[in-house]
Each structure stands twice: as C-alpha cells, then as structure tokens.
Design a protein around this ligand. Structure first.
Ligand SMILES: Nc1ncnc2c1ncn2[C@@H]1O[C@H](COP(=O)(O)OP(=O)(O)O)[C@@H](O)[C@H]1O
Ligand SMILES: [Mg+2]
Length: 244
C-alpha cells in the first residue's frame, strides 16, 4: 500500500510526538468484520517500527471505542497481556503490534500435527496444547481480575480465535470492544462453539479436545458444566442464524 498523506498528517500531529516521523505506510489490512484494522509501518529517525491502526466503523463506534479503551487501560501492565496503547480518540486507536500468529493459526497447525501421530493415549494432551490452555486460562484470569477490581463478573465476549495472539511464549488478547458483565461460562461456551466450527468443523480431534477443555474447566476451574453446555448450544444456534 502507498504512503497515505492524510493518515500521515493526522498521526504526525497526534501520535508519537516524541519521535521524528518521516513516513507512515499502511502495510496490511488485518481480518476484521466490524472495523478497519491495519498494520502500519512508521519510519522515524530511529528506524522502522510496526504498529496497529484501528479505525472504528458503524453507528455505535464511539461507544465501542470507549469501552475498548476502558478495558485496555484496566489490563495494561498486568500479567494478562494486552498491546500497549500509543494513541486513541473517539474513533481511532494506535497500538503496539503483537505479531501475526493467532490462536486460530496455532489450532490449525496442532490439528495437522495430530493427524500424523496417535494422541489417544497421550497423558494430559490438553495441557500439551499450551497456547489453547493459555487462552482458556486467560478467560478465567480476566474474569477473576475484574471481579477483584469491581466486585462484578465480566466476560471478554468476542471469542473469535483471531482475537488471541501468540506473542512469544504468551497468549495476548486484543479486541476488548464487547467486554461486558456476564458469567465466565458464557465465554467458555462461546469459545468451544467457535473452536468446534472452524474449518474442518466438528472433527474427531476437535470434539475430543473440546471434551478436555470442559473437563479442565470443571475440575480445575470449578466452572458449571451445564451452563457451559447451554452456552455452546446457544452460540451454535446464533451461528446458524448468522450464516443464513
Ligand atoms: N495489536 C495488534 N497486534 C497484532 N494484531 C492485531 C492487533 N490488534 C488486532 N490485531 C489483529 O487484527 C484483527 C482485527 O482487530 P480487532 O481489534 O479484533 O477488530 P474487530 O473488532 O473489527 O474484530 C484481530 O482479530 C487480530 O488478529
Ligand atoms: Mg476481532
């Protein structure tokens, strides 16, 4: 993509004032249904660096941008990894680029690996899927953290696996627009519904791993399985409606 002069004027005046920016390029459009999200490359006297530019779209964009910034601020600098925020206003955010590897890429890769080996007798196979386990722990960690801070139960809500990034050895979460009050079992149920339906959907491997996720949530996280099952069903029904 070409250098974008309006983008440059806008960002130069408001973002990274401390750096002497010589050019900004939109390099790549990232997968988004709701907004315009780009990896941008910023050239300055000190070198070239990647950031993410998120331009909120839609009539409710101001409230979604505000909600997202609120939750990024709450989580920033804590154990639950989120990108650093460099600039934000009513409809734009510029944040740290957390790499290109998503949890969806990881799961597709692990299912491929599993095709070539027998995992049926493998002890704690779910634990070995460390980034999947990391995402599930993140969901519980988020709920626990917010309970500690506010006394209320919150959910991340959007369980699209592209919103979990594998950053080094850690799981990093983006897209906090839809965070709201709710039971942690809602997130887990939605997560499992998304997990089961990524292509190739409902494979034996996916069903077996989904069983391990549930068992981990029941035995290790003390979650309510009947609520999770109900939430999986609800999300699968919503997906059928969405795809019609
Ligand atoms: N800071 C970031 N670093 C790397 N990739 C990101 C970052 N923010 C977003 N992405 C990628 O771009 C996608 C779209 O951004 P997101 O905030 O989820 O927008 P939307 O709300 O429109 O889904 C994400 O699912 C993620 O894969
Ligand atoms: Mg998203």
């Amino acid at each position: 993509m070409e250098p974008d002069s309006s983008l440059q004027t806008f960002l130069k005046s408001s973002f990274l004032k401390q750096e002497d920016i010589t050019a900004i390029h939109r390099k790549e459009k990232l997968f988004s249904r709701k907004n315009d999200v780009y990896r941008i490359e910023v050239q300055s006297m000190t070198g070239v660096k990647n950031y993410v530019l998120k331009q909120y779209k839609g009539r409710d964009r101001f409230s979604r941008a505000k909600n997202e910034l609120f939750f990024y601020d709450l989580l920033g600098g804590d154990k639950l990894k989120v990108p650093g925020i460099y600039y934000s206003d009513r409809e734009v955010m510029v944040m740290e680029y957390m790499g290109s590897r998503t949890l969806l890429d990881y799961i597709i890769q692990e299912e491929d690996f599993a095709r070539d080996k027998d995992i049926s007798g493998s002890k704690d196979y779910f634990g070995q899927l460390k980034h999947l386990a990391g995402a599930i722990r993140y969901i519980f960690g988020f709920n626990k953290r917010l309970k500690r801070m506010t006394g209320k139960s919150y959910v991340l809500n959007d369980m699209n696996h592209r919103n979990f990034l594998i950053y080094g050895l850690e799981v990093c979460r983006v897209d906090l627009e839809e965070c709201r009050e709710g039971a942690v079992e809602e997130d887990i149920g939605k997560f499992i519904a998304f997990f089961l339906t990524y292509d190739p959907a409902f494979t034996e491997w996916k069903r077996s791993v989904a069983g391990s996720i549930k068992s981990f949530c029941r035995h290790r996280m003390d979650a309510d399985i009947s609520t999770i099952d109900r939430e999986i069903k609800k999300e699968l029904e919503r997906m059928t409606v969405r795809r019609k």
